[in-house]
Design a protein around this ligand. Structure first.
Ligand code: GLU
Length: 313
């Protein structure tokens, strides 16, 4: 009998991962958040999960790491669910920047001075300010609960070591937030908005958690394993589009050509991606390339996508 697709992937995956491992030595672990520099440089892991709940895993897929910018996809979705499209897009744009994720450059140069998109820090900080709740902890806990629901893992928690490390050293994000406040983009107390932002960046996951969240996006907002609709289809469509146009920093165009799947990466070395209607995928590889994406993680996804002919383009 011919193996099913997931069986075939299970057989090939260790070899594909092995072939990506040499990339690890070319990358660097992010150190600008001091706590992140402790991540295992040589780690590489992946989990793929299909709509039947069958998974294929390889490498260090059980390691815990913080979501960092991957959380921006889900705070955007929650802000859309809380406020609707018009309110959110009056505060943040829809275009890629071509600048670094933490750049302030265009806020001053281009009118109106709203962040270009919700995947860069200025945009994500603005989105954090739109999450409903009476206090920073209520807002943060709503984000955490949303991610617990999406991952099917009620045990997801903040990594408080990473949270404090970023909160103590995040001067650039602080500057961005004060600039946005000055321009009238951000309302509310700046430190409280930053608390919400740093907290959701510090939510700790493993590759299986990312794969399950990604599977919900792959299935247009409905968790195929429970049948529950967790996100309106339209907001998944918006999130998927941002992932495609600006989810992989300034390498989003290259990723679209080489891998061809919507994806979001974070400076911890995580990547969340999916094959529409079919697979949710979580990857970890803390050694980053010069664009800030996991060196080996991108290489591995490129191999799998080519072998399986998964590009959506
Ligand atoms: N918390 C990180 C920061 O604001 C997230 C960056 C990222 O993963 O791109 O710098």
């Amino acid at each position: 009998m011919r193996p099913t697709e997931i069986e075939a992937i299970r057989q090939q995956l260790p070899g594909w991962l092995e072939a990506s491992l040499p990339c690890v030595s070319r990358g660097k672990v992010a150190a600008y958040i001091p706590e992140l520099s402790k991540a295992p440089h040589a780690a590489l892991g992946i989990t793929l999960l299909n709509t039947m709940g069958e998974s294929a895993t390889a490498g260090d897929c059980g390691l815990r790491f913080t979501m960092q910018s991957i959380s921006k996809v889900f705070t955007l979705i929650l802000a859309l669910m809380d406020n609707g499209e018009d309110a959110v897009f009056s505060k943040v744009g829809m275009e890629p920047t071509g600048d670094n994720f933490n750049s302030m450059l265009k806020l001053e140069l281009v009118r109106p001075g709203i962040p270009f998109n919700p995947m860069i820090n200025a945009g994500a900080i603005t989105v954090s300010s739109l999450i409903h709740g009476d206090s920073p902890s209520e807002k943060s806990d709503r984000i955490l609960q949303f991610l617990q629901e999406l991952s099917g893992n009620a045990g997801l928690e903040y990594d408080l070591g990473v949270y404090r490390s970023e909160s103590e050293t995040g001067n650039l994000n602080r500057s961005i937030a004060f600039f946005l406040k000055e321009n009238g983009v951000l309302s509310g107390n700046v430190e409280e908005v930053l608390e919400v932002y740093f907290r959701h960046c510090s939510i700790a996951v493993n590759c299986a958690d990312l794969a399950r969240m990604a599977l919900v996006l792959a299935c247009s907002g409905t968790d195929p394993l429970t049948g529950n609709t967790l996100i309106p289809r339209r907001y998944v469509q918006i999130a998927r589009t941002f992932m495609t146009t600006c989810g992989m920093y300034n390498a989003s165009g290259e990723f679209a050509i080489q891998v061809g799947l919507p994806a979001k990466s974070g400076v911890s070395g995580g990547i969340l991606t999916f094959v529409p209607g079919r697979y949710g995928i979580g990857v970890l590889g803390p050694a980053l390339n010069d664009k800030g994406n996991s060196y080996a993680g991108v290489h591995l996804l490129q191999t799998i996508s080519r072998e399986m002919n998964w590009s959506i383009f």
